[in-house]
Design a protein. Structure first.
Length: 319
């Protein structure tokens, strides 16, 4: 059993166990900081053997073009708070490069990084795509005003060294923006939510603690109605013991257990398939209520809640 990467404690309790792709998996929760993780974690070699494909197939789900463009717009709204036209941006795990292209069209100088990028469109002139890992970039010659990593951190077996490398690539005053699935509000059954590809299952408090303990000062957290949340941070010391503590593991465990029956009782297995751009789904809304509201609302903007982690609003980096 490995130590928790957030608090380095070894006090874990079992959450669930399952078998998928021929792998026997166990999920545990840290009773000190509330981080949920696979233990032991499968290696990339084991995942490759189980899936019989490339790392891209193992770690990257396949989305239709409409979903990719919708996510790119959401990512752009998140990062636009911290950058201005002309700033440099690095997107790690850029995938089909939809976000890189959208950000470049807004005037940002963009670099997309992926082990196997697959651009779905022609890139604007101020965007470039690099094939490789984060170690492919030279921190001495390349620094960025903002770095983004969307739905990537949960795949990283050692998030601490990864964040150290990211911090070295940021300019002074730069911003890191992450998005990961939210363990407190999954949008799918737990049988699908827990999967070998994901090493960690974060909630806002555990991700903030991970950032605070690895040389970042949290700026804000934005939770979405479905599944995910974004966390922004800037390099710097965070001495706030509350932010470094993590989550109450009992609260996290209760949310997981509650989801076991709420997923079916609320009809989530039906309405989770409805495109996010058409409705803001409410917790425990019945199927009948959902249908009635959809008839009244042709389109409703996806609502978010944002929590600041600093006393003053973050400002774009000064040059």
């Amino acid at each position: 059993m490995s130590d928790c990467p957030v608090c380095q404690a070894g006090a874990d309790r079992p959450v669930t166990s399952y078998r998928r792709f021929g792998l026997d998996m166990k999920v545990v929760i840290c009773t000190q900081c509330g981080l949920v993780r696979s233990d032991p974690m499968p290696t990339d070699e084991e995942l490759l053997k189980a899936r019989g494909g490339s790392l891209t197939r193992v770690h990257r789900p396949t989305y239709c073009r409409r979903v990719s463009l919708g996510r790119a717009k959401r990512y752009l709204r998140g990062v636009s708070r911290y950058v201005k036209p002309g700033d440099s941006l690095l997107d790690i795990g850029c995938g089909d490069c939809s976000f890189v292209a959208a950000a470049a069209r807004q005037g940002l100088v963009c670099t997309g990084l992926d082990i196997n990028p697959s651009p779905a469109e022609e890139m604007p002139p101020q965007a470039r795509i690099v094939t490789g890992t984060i170690d492919s970039l030279d921190a001495e010659s390349e620094r960025f005003d903002a770095i983004t990593a969307f739905h990537l951190l949960e795949h990283i077996a050692e998030p601490g060294p990864f964040l150290d490398r990211v911090r070295g690539l940021l300019k002074p005053g730069g911003v890191l923006l992450l998005e990961v699935p939210n363990t407190l509000r999954p949008k799918m059954s737990l049988q699908r939510y827990f999967c070998p590809q994901h090493h960690y299952y974060f909630c806002p408090d555990t991700l903030v603690a991970l950032l605070a303990r690895n040389g970042f000062r949290p700026l804000s957290v934005t939770c979405f109605a479905r599944d995910s949340f974004q966390a922004a941070a800037t390099p710097g010391e965070c001495g706030d013991p509350v932010l470094r503590k993590g989550a109450d593991w009992r609260r996290v465990m209760a949310a997981i257990q509650r989801h076991r029956w709420a997923y079916k009782a609320s009809g989530m297995f039906i309405w989770r398939k409805i495109p996010v751009s058409y409705t803001h789904l409410r917790a425990h809304e019945t199927v009948l209520e959902l249908v009635c509201r959809l008839l009244l609302e042709k389109k409703k903007q996806h609502t978010t809640t944002s929590t600041p982690y600093c006393s003053t609003p973050p400002q774009p980096p000064q040059h």
